[in-house]
Design a binder for this molecule. Structure first.
Ligand SMILES: NC(=O)c1ccc[n+]([C@@H]2O[C@H](COP(=O)([O-])OP(=O)(O)OC[C@H]3O[C@@H](n4cnc5c(N)ncnc54)[C@H](OP(=O)(O)O)[C@@H]3O)[C@@H](O)[C@H]2O)c1
Length: 307
């Protein structure tokens, strides 16, 4: 089958590859859409050449899982290919614990932008516990995960602030007229929950903005620099915690991944969240889109049409 594989120079190229190997709980999906996201840049960086990447999966179930779990053949599904990747291909193996039917009213494009980013946003917010009335700061608010995190936090009743890299970037969040935004140097806090999607200096700053007994959820290393813990942090931010969060954690337990994907699909179908798809391009353009993403030139989530 045709697929995009990683190259030595940190990009992707087309190649003929074998059909995906599947475990007993994996569906075979005929892929119609995926996304270009920062996670794909990380996958390329940490993968040997020749690997099929791609995190978000939308398509039709071509073969059911051998153990009978998950949607039946012929069902239009969305899902998360998790750390395995593999959705930038004509067919992909998809864990039935991370795959759900797509409601008729949702387009392939909207559905494709939900799994990876939505599961990450939910996991980051969950780290803060009960959010009604909480002060929540989301860093990297203009990113694909950030835009879903600010909407989900607002739905949960939080008082939400988005941290943006510069005042000019506020224009990217024009559809969120209700949202308070700050830059790192102007943010003062304190915040009960900080969902950090940037890392480096932004995470260092976040640690100095967290409330007593608050949580800083670290999901990302968008920038290459390490973060540092502020001087006397333990004394100035009593009971505060820095926690690592991954959107794959615990998703197979008690149907959690499926319930979360169903929730995201339902919220998007009913117009309560918008994954902010700003473009859809053929997968022939994937290499150019990855380059644009690494230059921070993409505004919102870009969907890849796989054909
Ligand atoms: N832990 C997990 O399970 C998990 C799951 C999904 C994603 N992630 C990670 O979460 C992060 C966000 O993902 P995404 O898909 O939303 O990425 P994205 O769409 O590329 O967004 C990146 C965000 O970071 C900001 N940013 C980039 N470089 C920056 C810099 N030098 N200083 C300050 N801000 C900067 C961007 O702001 P500008 O608008 O100014 O460029 C944007 O808001 C990524 O690192 C991704 O790998 C983690």
């Amino acid at each position: 089958m045709r697929a995009l594989i990683t190259t030595k120079d940190g990009s992707v190229e087309f190649a003929e590859v074998p059909e995906p190997h599947r475990t007993g709980s994996e569906l075979l999906v005929q892929v119609s859409a995926s996304t270009v996201s920062r996670g794909d840049l990380h996958s390329i960086r940490f993968s040997p050449p020749g690997r099929v990447i791609g995190l978000d999966v939308v398509g039709v179930v071509a073969e059911e899982a051998a153990d009978g779990s998950g949607p039946a053949a012929g069902t239009r599904v969305m899902g998360y290919a998790s750390t395995r990747g593999g959705s930038w291909a004509e067919r992909a193996a998809l864990d039935s614990h991370l795959a759900v039917p797509i409601p008729d009213a949702l387009s392939d494009e909207t559905a494709a932008a939900l799994p990876n980013s939505g599961l990450a946003a939910l996991a980051g917010l969950e780290a803060g516990g009960f959010l009604l009335g909480s002060r929540v700061l989301v860093t990297g608010a203009t990113g694909g995960v950030g835009r879903l995190a600010i909407q989900l936090a607002q739905l949960a009743g939080a008082d939400v602030t988005g941290l943006i890299s510069s005042p000019e970037r506020r224009a990217q969040l024009r559809s969120f007229d209700w949202l308070t935004t700050v830059t790192a140097d102007a943010a003062d806090g304190p915040y009960d929950l900080i969902v950090d999607l940037v890392g480096g200096e932004v995470l260092s700053r976040a640690l100095s903005l967290v409330a007593e007994n608050g949580v800083v959820a670290s999901l990302a290393q968008t920038v290459p620099e390490p973060a540092s813990v502020p001087f006397f942090w333990f004394a100035m931010h009593r009971g505060a915690r820095l926690v690592s969060v991954n959107n794959t954690d615990g998703q197979r337990e008690a149907g959690r991944g499926v319930r979360r994907l169903e929730l995201l699909a339902h919220l998007a179908e009913s117009g309560r969240i918008d994954p902010q798809v700003t473009g859809a391009a053929s997968w022939e353009e994937a290499a150019d889109l990855l380059a644009a993403l690494s230059r921070r030139e993409l505004d919102g989530r870009t969907v890849l049409r796989i054909s």
